[in-house]
Design a protein around this ligand. Structure first.
Ligand code: LLP
Length: 415
């Protein structure tokens, strides 16, 4: 399942580098990414569009390290951002603001102004109130703001409720009928240029059917807007394609893109997508070392040096991440709870894993490239992990481990 993370004899490698070597040189916990896996995922998306006019906008929230953004920018990628901070990261990484779309329900005035100054491709607007605010800011700056309304298509993404976004009871988007009314009253917004239609129904989708249903609804709306002589230039179908964490059976990237292209073959508009997880998820791991093995009458615990502050998906969503020993067949095989040092029972990385371990062993927490480092925190005053990118036999450090001093450098004692 992980072509760039493979065993040679009993030893786990990333591309041509033994993970052990990375742990010895840079310490643990650390995130390790494969350049080849990142590149292959991007290229699978890109080539599947064949001759269709398209733009892939990597969802920066999935992994915002500037080395990763720079790699995608070099491959021709655009970006989907949700904050001014993410916009600055894209610019710092050499990304093109002209290929950047701005999503999110709560853009601040300051963020809108920054994005207008940088001439981003499009604002994905999620409410009428936001549209009124954007129109006013654009007017003050003597600009035209390019806009797609984000439609809430009321489709069930059949994924975890915390990451499902396209149901009418979710906070995201605008119902189709209301959006139609707003597009038709475009003259009320002289500083807005309505250039697209947008949606995003959720994350970690394992079936194509909700995407198909959504694109049908979007085409229907597009049709009625065109009948009103509105010039829509692009259709943004959002992100959401899942990855394999465990036993899930998933459509491939190219099947997914082909389905989107087939569903929309009758329109000439440019297609945009906003994939996050499927570009980076299986291109990265979290490398961690066992601090202690602890055997109680009830359970066996492997206490590792990574924790919920480094990878919060298990604690937050009860998410499953495969855990592989960096060196196979070390200790006696037992049923282990893989847990971190943080003071919460929710601080686990895996439950009930059958694995042979000894003190000091290294473990690879798989599928950690998406929503891993980008959701990390300093809880328990733990400095954030280092990030490494491997390119064949070369190891690049792309983020230094945080220092203890950095943890409180912005704090001040009352004078
Ligand atoms: N576009 C929009 C507007 C989004 O809200 C998202 C993700 C994406 C694109 C990218 O979706 P993807 O292709 O990665 O599924 N923290 C959660 C995932 C939250 C997703 C939020 N929105 C997790 O760790 O599973």
């Amino acid at each position: 399942g992980f072509p760039e993370f493979i065993y040679y004899d009993d030893e786990l490698f990333v591309e041509s580098v033994p993970l052990k070597q990375i742990a010895e040189k840079f310490g643990t916990p650390c995130y390790v990414y494969s350049r080849s896996a990142l590149t292959k995922a991007y290229q699978e998306f890109d080539t599947a569009f064949v001759n269709r006019d398209h733009l892939i906008c990597f969802a920066v929230k999935a992994n915002s390290n500037i080395a990763i953004l720079n790699l995608f920018a070099q491959l021709g990628s655009g970006f989907d951002i949700v904050s001014g901070g993410e916009l600055q990261r894209v610019l710092k990484a050499g990304g093109d603001p002209g290929k950047t779309v701005f999503s999110g329900v709560g853009k601040s005035i300051y963020e809108m102004r920054m994005a207008l100054e940088e001439n981003i491709l499009c604002f994905n607007v999620e409410s009428e109130a936001e549209l009124i605010a954007l129109n006013k800011i654009a007017k003050d700056m003597d600009k035209l703001a390019p806009v797609s309304l984000r439609i809430n298509p009321d489709v069930d993404a059949k994924t975890h409720p915390y990451i499902s976004t396209g149901l009418k009871e979710n906070k995201f988007g605008i119902p189709a009928r209301e959006a139609e009314r707003i597009y038709k009253s475009a003259h009320l917004y002289p500083n807005i240029r309505f250039i697209g239609l947008d949606c995003h129904i959720g994350s970690q989708l394992t079936e194509l059917e909700p995407f198909t249903q959504t694109s049908k609804k979007m085409l229907h709306l597009l049709d009625s807007l065109q009948a009103q002589n509105l010039e829509i230039e692009h259709l943004d179908l959002g992100g959401g394609l899942g990855i394999r964490y465990n036993e899930e059976i998933l459509p491939s990237i190219s099947d997914y893109v082909s389905a989107l292209c087939i569903n929309t073959h009758q329109i000439k508009q440019r297609l945009l997508i906003e994939p996050g997880r499927s570009l980076v998820g299986n291109a990265g791991i979290l490398l961690t070392r066992i601090e202690y093995l602890k055997h109680t009458p009830a359970r066996n615990f492997a206490i590792v040096d990574a924790a919920m502050n480094d990878l919060m998906r298990p604690a937050l969503y009860d998410a499953y991440h495969e855990i592989l020993p960096v060196h196979k067949n070390s200790g006696e095989i037992k049923d282990y709870q893989i847990v971190g040092p943080v003071c919460e029972t929710g601080d686990f990385l895996g439950h009930d894993r059958r694995i042979g371990l000894i003190n000091g062993d290294l473990l690879a927490i798989m599928s950690a490239g998406a929503y891993g480092m980008s959701m990390s925190s300093n809880y328990n005053s733990r400095p954030r992990a280092a990030e490494i990118m491997v390119d064949k036999d070369t190891i690049h450090i792309i983020r230094q481990r945080e220092t203890i001093d950095q943890l409180f450098s912005n704090e001040k004692i009352l004078s």
